[in-house]
Design a protein around this ligand. Sequence first.
Ligand code: ZN
Length: 113
Amino acid sequence: MSYPPCPKCNSKYTYEDMWNYVCPECGNEWAQEGKQEEEKANTIKDAHGQELLAGDKVSVIRDLKMGKDVIKQGTIVRNIRILDEPVNGHDIEAKVDGVGSVYLKGEVVKKLV
Ligand SMILES: [Zn+2]
């Protein structure tokens, strides 16, 4: 992969540092276009593509087996928590009445307004 030349001094020895490009010759730093948006695009979406946020109320769109418990389709879950790091592909933590704290995937819930 090659990096764009420095816009200040035209040096070719630029490198990548997190969200910026850095020029070692003149010390110039500039943002990589689109990179930050890419990172931000890692949002959790529900079954209909709506962004899920901490504290949202959702309903479960299909029966979910949780060990010996089943979370029934249509179960309302309040005050979801978005996990910083997914757990086994699950990105939401929720407290379900009668079951307790569970991990869910965004694709099995629908955001309620
Ligand atoms: Zn430079």
